[in-house]
Design a binder for this molecule. Structure first.
Ligand SMILES: *Cc1c(COP(=O)(O)O)cnc(C)c1O
Length: 408
């Protein structure tokens, strides 16, 4: 037996079945036209945002990193809740603008921006988080060619990283951003070229659950930004401080204490150095905002025994839930939170593995889990599916195609 991850708060049973947004999952599947289906709860996202706003200093802007989930209805909702979107491609630019976001509230990071992407972003008025000197010069030249003043920020590759981070994005040699000592000269060059100077972007990692580690990193980010701003001889207009707020996926994970993070940041904001006195601050979050609001529903199409083990074989799999299968940056595969959705109120009674429909042993959604007895036709729920599910899984693999998606 292997433990399942913790089911996020707020999911209850109606008539024995898992309900999302007050509707039974069988009704949701019927309304969507079938399984596999991602269901995202608008209420849970609103609630998460409200809690986060209450915990964070008032002047802190909260951005949504749209690579976590770019489902159109969800993006529209996010557009009404957050202060900006962070995008990573021209495709995401189109989706952000289609969701009704003003370009002034969008910033574009990513290490390999093509000229066509720089052009689209500059013409639209999006802020570019520049990843290299080369990219800066191409952006300035494109702005000149099109008669548009580009909005330019520099992404900094800091010498520190977010402790306990699931995916390390800063510290040492990296393809992201400029090494800190090269930032000030480029910033001066950009300001002298009369681009609209937008400041720094310092991202240090993802999926941290330790409030102390996040507070420590935020303090380091503020110190570095102040140092670099002084070296540019120019007040810093904006600072994107990164994010890294994690959610509990696995047994034993404790939720992040955002109140503690907010309190530490408020203290820092109360004693800012002169170089940051007029700076506008933002954090950028993906999974923390939407991850726990999403549930992946898939239907059992076969039940098999093999060498004494029970397999519940579903019509979904890693092509929609790469992360839950353990193939998205984890070394040891551990179980995400999962349940038999159609028997949500029943106590567990047997050990079974929930697998997908792909012909690979990697396609495992829950390994040797303790579950209520389930049969063909029952629905399985994989929780924490709101981020990096549909947007980060190989849905074309084996010709399966994408899952349905629904915001309720
Ligand atoms: C991926 C990414 C994020 C979002 O990460 P989460 O773990 O989903 O919060 C934010 N900023 C940058 C630069 C990223 O690459």
């Amino acid at each position: 037996m292997k433990p399942l991850g913790p089911i996020p708060d707020g999911f209850a049973a109606i008539e024995g079945e898992l309900a999302i947004g007050g509707r039974k999952c069988s009704a949701l599947v019927e309304a969507a036209g079938g399984t596999p289906l991602f269901v995202y709860s608008a209420d849970r996202i609103r609630q998460r945002m409200a809690e986060l706003r209450a915990a964070m200093p008032q002047q802190l802007r909260i951005h949504y990193a749209m690579k976590a989930n770019a489902y159109a209805s969800l993006l529209e909702l996010m557009g009404t809740l957050v202060d900006g979107f962070d995008i990573a491609s021209q495709g995401e630019l189109a989706m952000a603008l289609a969701a009704g976001l003003p370009a002034d509230r969008v910033s574009f990071a990513g290490p390999g921006k093509r000229d066509s992407e720089l052009t689209a972003a500059i013409v639209a008025g999006v802020t570019l988080n520049l990843e290299s000197e080369n990219e800066a010069r191409r952006a300035l030249e494109i702005g000149e060619r099109h008669g548009v003043t580009p909005r330019l920020a520099i992404r900094v590759n800091p010498d520190f990283e977010l402790r306990g981070s699931g995916m390390k994005m800063g510290g040492g040699a990296k393809p992201f951003g400029l090494d800190a000592e090269r930032v000030a000269p480029l910033a001066r060059e950009i300001i002298a070229a009369r681009a609209e100077w937008r400041g720094f972007h310092i991202f240090t990692g993802s999926q941290a659950l330790d409030s102390g580690a996040i507070a420590e990193t935020q303090a380091n980010v503020l110190n570095l930004a102040a140092e670099l701003a002084e070296a540019t001889d120019h007040p810093l207009p904006r600072l994107n401080m990164g994010g890294g707020f994690g959610i509990p996926y696995f047994n034993g994970d404790q939720p992040l204490d955002v109140t503690a993070v907010g309190a530490a940041l408020s203290e820092r904001f109360a004693a800012l150095p002169d170089a940051l006195a007029s700076t506008e601050f933002a954090i950028e979050l993906g999974r923390y905002l939407v991850g726990e609001a999403g549930v992946y529903l898939t239907r059992i199409v076969d039940r098999k025994e093999s060498h004494g083990a029970t397999f519940l074989i579903t019509d979904g799999g890693l092509h929609h839930q790469l992360a839950a299968s353990g193939n998205f940056g984890t070394v040891v595969r551990r179980n995400y939170p999962a349940a038999i959705a159609s028997k949500f109120a029943e106590p567990p009674s047997e050990e079974a593995s929930v697998v997908g429909c792909l012909c690979t042993p990697l396609d495992r959604l829950a390994d040797q889990a303790l579950l209520p007895r389930a049969d063909v036709g029952d629905l399985v729920a994989i929780f924490c599916a709101g981020a990096y599910g549909a947007s980060a899984s190989p849905s074309a693999f084996l010709g399966q195609g994408p899952a349905r998606e629904m915001l309720v």
